[in-house]
Design a protein around this ligand. Structure first.
Ligand code: KG4
Ligand code: ZN
Length: 341
């Protein structure tokens, strides 16, 4: 049995968790800064690092206490090394180093996106491999082939905005608040998603790539053309705005599912994974499941608590890295642009 403490501070969630053997969550504490950044319509890096500094010790203490595990019983300390905001990442990296040093524990660096993929294994156990994983979050929109747990081969990615970023920017321009994904998801329910015809650019050079900056601009142009003012009361959103965001959501979800289905037809995996913050989207979950049925493949989507940023997925990925011999020294540095696969 190997107990791993995971620490995650790459964006605006300060999180710590203890996971057993990469499969059983003993504790998972997430302190979200969403309210801090909401007035700005996006994450303000300076504020994010300051709040991580304030929150990191209590969050780690809570995670350890809730797990009932003592520091000497840990097999390793895993931390998100990147990618992300450098000032935010550094807080988690320094905390992990301090714990590893004081308690004489191995330090395991984790790629944030590997964490999102491992969330599927954490939630569902061993999956039929190779799998294709669509990772959709505020910072990433990528498809990976997973030949075995812990190995990732990049097949395609967004060439500009991430899908979550498009949700956040569209919500911001309509005055709907931050983060935009959950708000749009809720407003789109029951609205007319055929009201506005949006197209998502198709990449035609054969790679499994995405592009979402065009649709964001299309929404902006539509809003200007129609003279739609920013929403004044979030509790009373006009029908045409709800129809607009529903149409936007449908276009983004169709592009994501189409991209995954195309990659699956080409690479013939034995299962599909849908993960990352945007995988919390109810339409994407439904459409992902439908596409998987059409392809005759099982699809594994983590529960909501494991799709958006958390440290349990980092501890799970850390366990996999630990088993594979991944170790960092105390010279470990945050890598804001850390590549994967
Ligand atoms: O994985 P995550 O927590 O952080 C990153 O690694 O970026 O993803 C956050 C993103 C945000 O852009 C947020 O708007 C989006 O996930 N998101 C959603 C939903 N819940 C969160 N997007 C669409 N529908 C949702 N229900
Ligand atoms: Zn994330």
């Amino acid at each position: 049995m190997a107990l791993v403490l995971g620490i995650e501070t790459s964006c605006d969630e300060t999180a710590a968790a203890v996971v057993e053997d990469g499969r059983r969550v003993l504790s998972s504490v997430v302190s979200s800064q969403a309210a801090v950044h909401a007035p700005y319509g996006g994450v303000v890096p300076e504020l994010a690092s300051r709040h991580h500094i304030e929150n990191i010790s209590p969050v780690i203490e809570d995670a350890m206490r809730e797990s009932g595990v003592a520091f000497p019983d840990l097999a390793a300390v895993a931390v998100t090394q990147g990618p992300g905001l450098v000032g935010s990442l550094l807080v988690g990296v320094q905390a992990a180093k301090a714990i590893a040093l004081v308690h004489g524990k191995p330090l395991v660096p984790v790629h944030h996106v590997a964490g999102h993929v491992e969330a599927a294994f954490l939630a569902h156990g061993d999956l039929p491999l190779p799998a294709l994983a669509l990772v959709v979050s505020g910072g990433h929109t990528s498809i990976y082939e997973v030949p075995e747990e812990g190995l990732y081969r990049l097949l395609g990615r967004t060439r500009d905005d991430a899908a979550g970023e498009a949700f956040d920017k569209v919500a911001k321009l309509l005055g709907l608040g931050y983060p935009g994904g959950p708000v749009i998801d809720r407003l789109a329910e029951g609205a007319n998603d055929q009201a506005v015809e949006f197209k998502v650019a198709r990449i035609k050079d054969g790679r499994a790539d995405f592009s979402f900056s065009g649709i964001k601009t299309a929404v902006l142009l539509h809003v200007k053309r129609e003279g739609i003012p920013p929403v004044a009361d979030p509790g009373d959103v006009p029908a045409r705005v709800r129809d607009l965001v529903a149409s936007f959501q449908r276009a983004v979800v169709s592009a994501l599912v189409r991209g995954l289905a195309r990659a699956a037809a080409e690479h013939r995996p034995r299962s599909l994974i849908l993960t990352g913050g945007v995988a919390a989207n109810s339409l994407l979950r439904r459409e992902g499941e439908r596409a998987a049925r059409d392809l005759g493949l099982p699809i594994f989507i983590p529960p909501l608590s494991l799709t958006t940023d958390n440290a349990a997925m980092i501890a799970a990925a850390g366990f996999v890295g630990f088993r594979r011999g991944a170790r960092a020294t105390l010279a470990l540095n945050a890598e804001p642009h850390l590549p994967l696969g």
